[in-house]
Write a protein that binds this ligand. Structure first.
Ligand code: FPP
Length: 243
């Protein structure tokens, strides 16, 4: 959800007003996700790097904003059959924020529509570190042998173990980078970058991104549908490389 600061700066407003407007944008997008029966919507709300590198006042404002958002949106989530989950090192967040998060998760757990996942105090590299530590513990306890480890064993130790890999990643505010987000999970994810700043992002813009995604051909390293492979089995070795 990038671009809150720029949104405020363009209007000569303080950064916190950009975050406030950014929090407002969340429910529009969540409501649209619910209307189109999107099973999973994950929002990068607060990274580990945000936590470490932003001024304490901004971090504590974001924590209060998150708590306020949860308090005033649980009813709306229930009305829209949305349940809320979190990924990240959430145990490092302030206790009162963790309590609010747990309250919201419990209050929405019976919902069966869209799962809204908030990435909070999240970093993809630290997620991998945490996963490797847990996998190492399994090796030590002899639940698994080093030689038997597969991609699935790493996947089942990620915070997102219960979720499918994302089909589409939408990056707001025009930045052409991933910013330590779901690095393992996005191996074959389609990326859509929009110049629109997060506080101006609405459900309609998410639908435009999904429409663009639907026109893409996903090959997962394979060939396009209908294209035939050349028969090169009889090509002599001395003709393999152009000299
Ligand atoms: C990035 O914009 C945004 C954040 C670091 C915080 C996002 C948080 C919210 C939208 C509100 C709280 C969350 C919820 C779910 C209610 P930036 O400050 O990096 O913007 P800039 O790059 O333009 O400076």
């Amino acid at each position: 959800m990038d671009g809150n600061g720029r949104w405020a700066g363009k209007r000569r407003l303080k950064r916190f007003l950009g975050h406030q407007q950014g929090a407002e944008a969340v429910h529009f997008v969540v409501e649209t996700a619910s209307r189109i029966d999107l099973p999973w919507l994950t929002l990068y709300a607060f990274s580990l790097e945000n936590n470490l590198r932003r001024p304490k006042t901004e971090v504590s404002f974001l924590m209060r904003l998150l708590s306020a958002y949860l308090t005033s949106n649980v009813q709306r989530m229930n009305d829209n059959n949305v349940r809320i989950h979190y990924v990240g090192r959430t145990h490092e967040l302030p206790n009162e924020v963790q309590e609010r998060m747990q309250w919201a998760a419990e209050a929405t757990q019976q919902n069966t529509g869209t799962t809204l996942t908030l990435a909070l105090n999240y970093g993809a590299r630290s997620e991998l570190v945490d996963a490797f530590k847990r996998l190492y513990a399994e090796i030590e306890q002899k639940h698994i042998r080093l030689d038997d480890i597969t991609e699935q064993d790493i996947q089942r130790h990620l915070y997102t173990a219960h979720m499918p890999d994302p089909d589409l990643l939408i990056r707001t505010s025009g930045e052409m980078r991933i910013s330590n987000y779901l690095l393992w999970q996005i191996a074959y994810t389609e990326i859509f970058v929009t110049n629109r700043l997060w506080p101006d992002f609405r459900g309609l813009h998410m639908l435009e991104a999904i429409e663009d995604f639907q026109r893409r051909e996903r090959r997962y390293g394979g060939l396009s549908d209908g294209s035939e492979s050349d028969d090169v089995t009889s090509l002599p070795a001395n003709q393999l490389v152009n000299s």
